[in-house]
Design a protein around this ligand. Sequence first.
Ligand code: FAD
Length: 585
Amino acid sequence: MSMKLVIVGGVAGGATAAARARRLDENATIVMFERGREVSFANCGLPYYIGGQIRRRSHLLVQTEAGLEERFALDVRTRTEVTAIDRAARQVRVRELDSGRQYTEDYDYLLLAPGAKPVIPPIPGSDHPAVFTLRNLTDSDRIKQAVDGGASSALVVGGGFIGLEMVENLRRRGLEVALVELLPQVMPPLDIEVAARLHRQLREQGVKLYLSDGVTALQDRQGRVLASLQSGTALEVDLVILAVGVRPDTALAAEAGLELSERGAIVVDEYLRTSDPRIYAVGDAIQTNDLVLSTPTNVPLAGPANRQARVAVDNISGRRTRYPGVLGTSVLRLFDLTVALTGASEKTLRRRSIPFHKVYVHRGHHAAYFPGAQQMMIKLLFAPPDGRLLGAQIVGGEGVDKRIDVLATALRAGLTVRDLQELELAYAPQFGSAKDPINIAGYVAGNLLSGDEEFVYAEELNGASPDEWAILDVREPEEFAAGHIPGALHIPLGELRQRWQEIPRDRKLAVYCTVGQRAYYATRILRHRGLRPRNIAGGLTTYNLYQVESGRRCAGPLELSAAEDAGRGGQSSYSMSMCQPPQPG
Ligand code: FAD
């Protein structure tokens, strides 16, 4: 007798599972229920459909109901909601949303892929018709209609992935956009100095940014919305996007008595089996394992949902496949900036008291001598004493996606920073450098582990007394003149061998240049003369990112030229763009 698989949810996890199940078993009966009108659509493309970059709605439909039925011989039932699970009888109860008809369906195995739903914060007025959330095609149709209908201003509440993607796309459509975020930074998984780069980008793109602020009320103003913020600011806009996060959509699982986590995610074992051995679960709805921290986590991303679907169906079909867990590898474009991360952040490591080291590297995405190199900052987190990777964050332009994928692969393989030095990565001048930024990050981290280089971090210097720290700037005079850390002694690298005795010996010594490379050379010169200097990690560029966030003035230009980036110390072609103030606007 053939196996009967019933699937709840027909988008990322559900549709992938259904197609895999057919590939593994030509005789299985596969019934897939989807509450919405469409199956297998690209949630991740929705903001870009609203923004106009994806021109046709049909392009978002990866597969249609008819297409799935024809190619995979599936029984797909859209606009049909599964309302209850009778585990003892191995039946689900379903309701056709258009006709109201109810019936039951038997299963041998049940796979839950119900996804997540947007959190609606308890703000009075959030049911106003011009207040939207974004999860599915219907939501994007409604938002697009409002924008097409002439909306000229928008408020986005929440600075996570979806919030930022909506900010970009609404700006692309010409709207005035304000972004309110309760935390002091956007993109909470990032560390603050990396998020600082996004803050600057948002302000440069004309987005009004309200950090550490929240919406307290939304009121109607003749069809428009008046948003009141905690800070007392009032914003009148044509539409509001609520993007404050998602929550596993697991009421069905809860009512069926399946084990849930505190956050309401479905608890599964390493084979993605729930507390009922006949029921498997995948995607945004489940709790899985954090591969770095070995702790339970819920990561609502498309990649994990797709891979989990394959694993769950393997196990349902009698194969034994483990799902090891997630790294949370993700990438976001914000106008012409790309930010990406994998593994643990510094703040998570601190919160969990996990020992770590960190280094920063600023490099061009390809050789500086080839036109168009774009700078990126890599932050690498690794464990003492062996340098095993713990996490990475990268922000920059082109090439960020490639480097984060290399680091995610390295992290998954359990590599150390010394292994990064050895990675043989593709190089031609258009694509990389003979020493790729990943190799360089490995060298810098290796220097730290071997003791060849010691670092001091911007946060350690914030508010430090000049009696405790002497600060040495080894850049060229015109760079120093353009801005420097207050009180810094200036000896250009080229003069250091002659003038090193001017350096005070009665205090700790911090040395800096723009990105840390010339300062490294300087610290080596000084070490050979018996001093114990520390390099300001990431140079003035990282230092300044901290200053912006802590409301201090920058100590110099925030941008550097490709020549400087390539480590040709002493070049002075600096862009003069200064830090942006940390206030809204
Ligand atoms: P979904 O794909 O959401 O599918 C769940 C489906 O189950 C829903 O259609 C729902 O209607 C249906 N359902 C729920 N309960 C029932 C029921 N009782 N009966 C019948 N049907 C039911 N991830 C990335 O990795 N990168 C991105 O760039 C990215 N961008 C995104 C942008 C947006 C705007 C959104 C909303 C999400 C984005 N994501 C992104 C997240 C990604 O889309 C999800 O992680 C992924 O879709 C999760 O798959 P899933 O199968 O768990 O849930």
